[in-house]
Design a protein around this ligand. Structure first.
Ligand SMILES: Cc1ncc(COP(=O)(O)O)c(C=O)c1O
Length: 405
């Protein structure tokens, strides 16, 4: 079939910072996606932990189209009903008392990192400005967020980068203790490192981070851009751990595919973002907020959250069964429906080969670094689609293993 738009056009007209798959998806429904040639894929990638309710969920289509007929945009010189309703929902269902809206995870984090500096400056003076973050963490691609992020490859070539940031070993209380001081304004942690390899924090580490922040008048920031909105089996992963941050950032699954981000915090901390200190033209856009509110109403129900736990188990069991046959994973780890298969030494560095083989078997999967095959499907993926996707993944694994032999 010939198409007026082809993958080759990408290389002609796009900045070459991405290397997208050779097929172009044109339609999605639930956890199935079809490309230009009508080939049907099972979606275990979920747009990188974004399509929380799959593709084109009828309730989200209805929320979006209803709002699209009413009011698209007014800017923050005015407020709007969907933004206020969404903020009310978030404050009523989390620790937070105040909300700032952004368009992406990086912008939610940018707001958080500016706020922790401003709060410390307001209450303790300019000396208290150090941000402590974790090695291998990922917090977005703006200059501040790549600098707080713990993966040096993302700041290479972009110097000079913002300073006053220290990186500690993830899950090492000793390393955190050694870095934190009265100059620390905040500790930033992902409850599960997503891009860094689907690595969950230990409860002890998060508890220690909370206690050390309290001891040093520092704020605890949880980046829940990837773990948030039901993905962990709780609305936010901090609930799963029983450790409450001062600031939490959310994006990805929050919009179910519509771009939106949020920074949640307490009233006391929020006060440091007075009028004119920070802002965004699109943050709190009515279309985005109407969709996000509907996502939350559907996800934050006992049935959907229990479903995430049950589906997670089904996934883990299925991956372990495949692994029992082929021995490609050291470990299957993660939380809820953010799962990773950590490759054994024999397949070290080859996560992308598994992802590409999966694509050939009409399965969309992800990598998290070079050693982890990652899965972040819809939170309501039907069991039949999990089983079919796992069947395709097994065929992909067999192909990679066969190539190796
Ligand atoms: C934990 C975490 N924080 C922040 C981001 C950045 O979000 P965005 O790409 O929406 O800016 C990501 C994206 O992968 C993420 O996983």
């Amino acid at each position: 079939m010939s198409h007026s738009v082809t993958r080759a056009l990408f290389d002609q007209v796009m900045v070459p910072n991405y290397a997208p798959a050779q097929f172009i998806p044109v339609r999605g429904e639930g956890s199935r996606v079809w490309d230009q040639d009508g080939r049907e894929f099972v979606d275990f990638a979920g747009g990188i932990a974004v399509n929380s309710l799959g593709h084109c969920h009828p309730a989200l289509v209805a929320a979006l189209t209803e709002q699209a007929g009413k009011l698209w945009h007014v800017s923050n010189t005015l407020t709007n009903e969907p933004a206020l309703k969404l903020a009310k929902y978030l404050t009523e269902n989390t620790f937070a008392e105040r909300v700032f809206f952004s368009n992406s995870g990086a912008e939610a984090n940018e707001a958080a990192f500016k706020l922790v500096r401003k709060y410390a400056s307001d209450h303790f003076g300019a000396e208290k400005h150090e941000i402590v973050s974790c090695k291998s963490s990922f917090h977005g691609r703006t200059l501040f967020t790549v600098s707080v992020g713990g993966q040096p490859k993302y700041t290479e070539g972009f110097a000079p980068v913002p300073g006053g940031i220290r990186h500690v070993e993830y899950n090492s209380i000793e390393s955190l203790k050694a870095a934190i001081s009265d100059k620390t304004c905040a500790v930033v942690v992902e409850p599960v490192q997503g891009e860094g390899g689907v690595l969950p924090a230990s409860r002890e580490f998060l508890e220690a981070a909370r206690a050390l922040c309290d001891a040093h008048n520092a704020l605890l920031v949880f980046d829940e851009v990837q773990t948030g909105v039901g993905r962990s089996g709780s609305l936010y992963a901090y609930m799963e751990y029983g450790v409450t941050p001062d600031i939490l950032t959310s994006a990805k699954s929050l919009g179910g595919g519509f771009p939106v981000g949020a920074m949640l915090t307490t009233e006391k901390v929020a006060k440091s973002f007075g009028v004119g200190t920070h802002g965004s033209t699109y943050g709190g856009n009515p279309l985005a907020c109407a969709v996000a509110h509907k996502v939350l109403e559907i996800v934050n129900t006992p049935e959907v959250l229990a479903g995430v736990r049950a589906k997670s188990q089904r996934f883990v069991d299925g991956l372990n069964a495949i692994n029992a046959k082929y021995g490609v994973f050291k470990e299957v780890r993660g939380l809820g429906l953010l799962l990773g298969g950590v490759l054994t030494d024999a397949y070290a560095g080859r996560a992308k080969d598994f992802m590409l083989a999966a694509e050939r078997h009409q399965l969309m999967a992800l990598v998290a670094g070079v050693n982890v095959v990652r899965f972040a499907p819809s939170l309501v993926i039907p069991d039949a689609d999990i089983d079919e996707g796992l069947k395709r993944f097994e065929a992909a694994v067999a192909e990679v293993v066969g190539q190796t032999a």
